[in-house]
Design a protein around this ligand. Structure first.
Ligand SMILES: [Zn+2]
Ligand SMILES: [Zn+2]
Length: 276
């Protein structure tokens, strides 16, 4: 793992790599693939990794992810851009994958056949036996769901297929009281990431969402201070993910929120790029 620690004396952070970029194919992102590349170059990124919500065989989820039939189009488009802009930016092909064990072999194949350069884990949901969505982990309103999020995340990370754990604190989105059980569960995730040397993502997508109020406290769903306060107490590596759903997300309009967040968490081991 290549580690470059940011200089925290510089309040205004400069991102040089982003591994979390979506495309219009998922149904809730905007712009053409090339527009993301142009915006990234304008904003002096050296590396732009595309990681659209993974297209899954025999699994359709309208407005959440593109259908499997879009796979070739996605890969061809990114390969063309990779070549066209090779002297200006390093483009990587990837996917943001769900922690669904039935697809682990498929993910492995994407990597083994070198169809993609990397994968990241974004554990948004779980399925029941009939492939119906059982839980959305944005809404972990009870211990059972919290435990399921943590257990399925750890199982997925242990496959070692993923270079980044995207929005690891997604499950804390609507939690009002952070009790000891939740704290223990957070540490399970953090310790797993340390053991496997997988960076935890500070997700800028969450920062772009509106604030909501819980018990007179205003916060975004994620990243959460609670989780990253715990991360700070460990040696876990942390990486920033823009989670771009529009080329404009690669502009610096949201950096003030990021800087504010990093100001509160000065002890994080921030890495600025991966060795892919
Ligand atoms: Zn998305
Ligand atoms: Zn995500």
């Amino acid at each position: 793992m290549l580690i470059l620690i940011y200089n925290f004396h510089m309040r205004n952070i400069k991102l040089i790599a982003n591994y979390h970029t979506h495309t219009y194919r998922c149904g809730h992102a905007f712009g053409q693939d090339e527009e993301y590349v142009i915006k990234a170059i304008e904003n002096k990124f050296e590396i732009l990794g595309f990681s659209d919500h993974v297209f899954l065989p025999s699994f359709s989820q309208r407005h959440i992810r593109g259908d499997y039939e879009l796979l070739n189009d996605y890969l061809i488009s990114l390969t063309k851009l990779k070549v066209k802009y090779s002297d200006k930016i390093k483009i990587l092909k990837g996917f943001e994958c769900e922690g669904l064990p039935m697809y682990f072999d498929y993910y492995k194949e994407l990597l083994n056949k070198q169809l993609v350069d990397y994968l990241i884990l974004g554990n948004h949901l779980s399925l029941d036996d009939k492939l119906n969505i059982k839980s959305f982990f944005y809404f972990c309103e009870n211990e059972e769901k919290i435990d399921e999020y943590v257990e399925t995340s750890i199982k997925a990370l242990e496959t070692k297929l993923f270079k980044v754990f995207a929005h690891p604190d997604l499950f804390l989105g609507y939690i009002a009281n952070f009790d000891d059980h939740i704290k223990d569960k957070c540490y399970e995730l953090i310790n797993c990431a340390i053991k496997l040397d997988i960076p935890l993502e500070i997700n800028m997508g969450g920062m772009r969402q509106p604030y909501f109020e819980y018990q007179n406290k205003r916060r975004v769903k994620y990243p959460t201070d609670f989780f990253f306060n715990l991360v700070e107490k460990t040696k876990a590596n942390v990486i920033i993910g823009v989670d771009a759903h529009s080329p404009y997300d690669l502009d610096y309009k949201n950096v003030k929120f990021l800087n504010h967040f990093l100001d509160k968490h000065k002890k994080l081991n921030l890495i600025e790029k991966l060795d892919i």
